[in-house]
Design a protein around this ligand. Structure first.
Ligand SMILES: *[C@@H]1O[C@H](CO)[C@@H](O)[C@H](O)[C@H]1NC(C)=O
Ligand SMILES: *[C@@H]1O[C@H](CO)[C@@H](O)[C@H](O)[C@H]1NC(C)=O
Ligand SMILES: *[C@@H]1O[C@H](CO)[C@@H](O)[C@H](O)[C@H]1NC(C)=O
Ligand SMILES: *[C@@H]1O[C@H](CO)[C@@H](O)[C@H](O)[C@H]1NC(C)=O
Ligand SMILES: *[C@@H]1O[C@H](CO)[C@@H](O)[C@H](O)[C@H]1NC(C)=O
Ligand SMILES: *[C@@H]1O[C@H](CO)[C@@H](O)[C@H](O)[C@H]1NC(C)=O
Ligand SMILES: *[C@@H]1O[C@H](CO)[C@@H](O)[C@H](O)[C@H]1NC(C)=O
Ligand SMILES: *[C@@H]1O[C@H](CO)[C@@H](O)[C@H](O)[C@H]1NC(C)=O
Ligand SMILES: *[C@@H]1O[C@H](CO)[C@@H](O)[C@H](O)[C@H]1NC(C)=O
Ligand SMILES: *[C@@H]1O[C@H](CO)[C@@H](O)[C@H](O)[C@H]1NC(C)=O
Ligand SMILES: *[C@@H]1O[C@H](CO)[C@@H](O)[C@H](O)[C@H]1NC(C)=O
Ligand SMILES: *[C@@H]1O[C@H](CO)[C@@H](O)[C@H](O)[C@H]1NC(C)=O
Length: 620
């Protein structure tokens, strides 16, 4: 059904030789650089849907071109004032096979979470620009696609309604200025893929490529749809111009401006700032940016595209990563292990993160602006726990399984983030943190909020305005919880239920305005490894759950005890002993509550909570 003639023509028109690069910069490349609008372009754009791009090239969308005009200078009648904004593309495995190492292309390596996506042509395009006033964006699809019909375009999150029009082959969307920026997914309803369960790898099946992975000629009734996403995703990241204190001087003698092209090392830099100007840089699949102790600031200017990963080694109190450029992990193999020649050999200690290094809790890390693409593993883990202020951050092309969100270290604030994420997304392992305005596009593994894996003492966590725009969990799971709010069992023994630590406590969580669009996982799935108290979720809206037969929508709180058989306490110190309060919980528009008697596992609320906890949680 997804295979509309428009899509077919589009694919055929663009089909390219498997090997070999193709340079197809489309249309003009006139960019804007004024105080209202800044766009950028890569002259080495490579349209290539299937293989790695050349080192010096940037993968360009096979489908979309985007132009931007400040509103007032725009209008779809005359098309005045539009400037080009480069549309990037990220593809599963970055076009590599299941490589073992950066130098060994033979198939092998760990199962990486990518299944049918390359056969289906799943990819994620994005464009980004800086703005200081309302803009209109003009999106044009490649030849062969149907003319856009604004009534058949969904913009997620659906919380904001945009003024959408069309003319000829182009779609026009007005994007109001916001100091927090706007992060949105533009979804043409004639270009969707429905993910069906049933793959022999535990993932999905597909019915379009008989020579591809997990092919079935047609879907049967147990091959259930668990997620629906665009085939050619398109994200628009409109960012406010950064404040001047987040843009280092390029000409200062304390700034090292990296020469474009291949970078072998930055370890001899003596300056405090490393500056990537517009252009393309690459470290190769067996190298990354190890910064010397002098460097406390790395800046990615808009229009920079850096194929590498950052490792700090500074004791400076203030450490920064700024700029609206791109840091891409596309040259690395999945779980690239630095201590083992960057081969696919998973190590929690030495597999490469996009952000790593020596930072400690007496240091502050400010990260504002960057987009990371195609991460090979967990995206951020420092040696210590720096207070992190992360804002206007984007993560795209996280097609591999173990591509987590960042650690939210003690006293950190996270805001205005887009996460395409394969694994644990918001890791609430630490106290005194605040998370605001996230847009989450979740793939197959682990929950949106994760607070498990080990007993913890965590208190004072607030989060608000979390919009989950897609999920596609292949089956219900408690160890890697299929949930918006999850807690995994102890990683040392994930089947034990008698290893809770009753002198530890997760408490004083306030999660507000949590929304999930389309097909969603359960609200909570907890393996309580410690007591819980004063945990409030206010305002939950879930569009729908996959069919009940999958169990994906079932909220579960498993019965956990300590070694002596004493049950964990939920609500031990709260009035009435109620430790988990859910308020204003809606599924498909229906308000769920204890009073309405529609919360149970066979009712709309799908709460399948162990009877041992009854009386200790409520839905108001
Ligand atoms: C625009 O394209 C022309 C021709 O391909 C090229 O010479 C020029 O450098 C490009 N400009 C930018 C800003 O990329
Ligand atoms: C659907 O197909 C799968 C695998 O091809 C098979 O295991 C399963 O039994 C089938 N179910 C039905 C209802 O035919
Ligand atoms: C940088 O320039 C300033 C003056 O502009 C000078 O005082 C300083 O010594 C210079 N530093 C280096 C490392 O050259
Ligand atoms: C960095 O410094 C070391 C030691 O001084 C030298 O051997 C090496 O060639 C330098 N590397 C670069 C890229 O300059
Ligand atoms: C970090 O810097 C220290 C010296 O300050 C050095 O001993 C160490 O090897 C460096 N680590 C890395 C990963 O470069
Ligand atoms: C920060 O903490 C580290 C490790 O705990 C310590 O070695 C270092 O001296 C501290 N730095 C400052 C400036 O206090
Ligand atoms: C957060 O900061 C406050 C005030 O500086 C401090 O008292 C508290 O211990 C910090 N929290 C954590 C978890 O480090
Ligand atoms: C809770 O955490 C916030 C940071 O998110 C902090 O500002 C506040 O002081 C903390 N409250 C308490 C009671 O520690
Ligand atoms: C939590 O805090 C309590 C009291 O300080 C302590 O006994 C317990 O070991 C802590 N738990 C963890 C996991 O650190
Ligand atoms: C289990 O009970 C024994 C005997 O009462 C006690 O010594 C021990 O501390 C208890 N262990 C836990 C984990 O509570
Ligand atoms: C529960 O949270 C509320 C507000 O978030 C706070 O006022 C209250 O003291 C907390 N209760 C406990 C038992 O920590
Ligand atoms: C849905 O599944 C749960 C268990 O997974 C079961 O208890 C419940 O009865 C089912 N509901 C319906 C309506 O079949």
């Amino acid at each position: 059904m997804w295979l509309t003639s428009g899509f077919l023509v589009g694919v055929l028109a663009l089909s390219l030789p498997i090997s070999g690069a193709t340079f197809l910069p489309r249309g003009a490349n006139t960019t804007a650089a004024n105080d209202k609008l800044q766009t950028w372009w890569h002259s080495s754009g490579e349209v290539n849907p299937s293989t790695p791009v050349l080192d010096g090239n940037v993968r360009q969308s096979r489908v979309y071109t985007v132009e931007v005009a400040t509103t007032g200078n725009s209008g779809n009648s005359g098309d005045h004032g539009y400037y080009d904004s480069f549309v990037y593309e990220s593809i599963p495995r970055s076009g590599n096979g299941m490589r073992l190492s950066p130098t060994n292309d033979s198939l092998g390596g760990n199962v990486d979470g990518v299944s049918i996506e390359p056969d289906v042509g799943i990819n994620m395009a994005w464009t980004q620009f800086l703005y200081a006033s309302d803009v209109t964006i003009k999106i044009t699809r490649a030849k062969g696609y149907a003319q856009p019909d604004p009534s058949k375009v969904v913009i997620r999150p659906t919380t904001t309604s945009y003024d959408v029009t069309s003319k000829g082959q182009s779609l026009y969307i007005k994007i109001p200025y916001s100091a927090n920026g706007q992060k949105l997914s533009v979804e043409f309803q004639d270009d969707l893929w429905s993910y069906h369960t049933g793959g022999s790898d535990g993932l999905f099946v597909q019915n379009v490529d008989p020579n591809g992975h997990n092919y079935v000629s047609s879907y049967n009734s147990t091959e259930t749809i668990v997620g629906v996403e665009p085939i050619n995703a398109l994200l628009i990241f409109a960012s406010a111009f950064p404040p001047s204190d987040q843009v280092p001087s390029e000409s200062s003698n304390d700034t090292y401006v990296v020469p474009q092209g291949s970078v072998t090392t930055l370890q001899n830099v003596t300056q405090s700032t490393v500056y990537f100007a517009p252009g393309v840089y690459w470290f190769g699949g067996a190298n990354h940016a190890i910064l010397p102790p002098s460097v406390s600031w790395v800046h990615f200017a808009p229009g920079s595209y850096v194929k590498g990963a950052i490792e700090y080694n500074t004791t400076a109190p203030l450490v920064r990563a700024t700029g609206h450029g791109v840091l891409s992990g596309e040259q690395y193999v999945y779980q690239a292990n630095v201590a083992d020649g960057y081969t696919n050999n998973k190590s929690d200690a030495t597999s490469l993160r996009m952000w790593s290094g020596s930072l400690m809790s007496n240091q502050t890390w400010i990260c504002h602006g960057p987009t990371i693409a195609a991460p090979p593993f967990n995206t951020m883990d420092f040696d210590g726990e720096p207070v992190s202020y992360v804002s206007d951050y984007k993560q795209v092309g996280a097609f591999f399984w173990q591509t987590d969100g960042m650690e939210v270290y003690p006293n950190s604030t996270f805001s205005d983030i887009f996460y395409h994420v394969g694994d644990d997304c918001i890791k609430t392992y630490y106290s005194d943190v605040d998370v605001q305005r996230l847009v989450v596009w979740k793939t197959t593994n682990d929950p949106i909020f994760q607070m498990g894996w080990a007993p913890r003492n965590v208190t004072n966590v607030t989060a608000s305005d979390i919009n989950v725009v897609h999920t596609r969990y292949p089956s219900a799971n408690s160890v890697v919880p299929t949930a918006l709010i999850g807690a995994s069992p102890n990683y040392l023994n994930s089947s034990a239920t008698n290893n809770a630590n009753l002198s530890s406590r997760i408490a004083n969580f306030n999660l507000n305005n949590l929304r999930c669009e389309g097909l969603c996982p359960s609200l909570v799935r907890w393996n309580p490894l410690q007591n819980f108290d004063n945990f409030t979720v206010s305002g939950v809206s879930i569009d729908s759950f996959p069919p009940n037969s999958t169990g994906i929508g079932q909220s579960v709180i498993n019965k956990f005890t300590n070694a002596n058989g004493t049950l964990v306490s939920i609500g031990g110190e709260s009035p009435g002993g109620v430790g988990l309060t859910i308020r204003d919980y809606y599924v498909g528009g229906e308000k769920i509550s204890i009073a309405a008697n529609n919360w149970q596992s066979d009712q709309a609320g799908q709460m399948n909570i162990d009877a041992a906890y009854w009386g200790h949680w409520t839905i108001e």
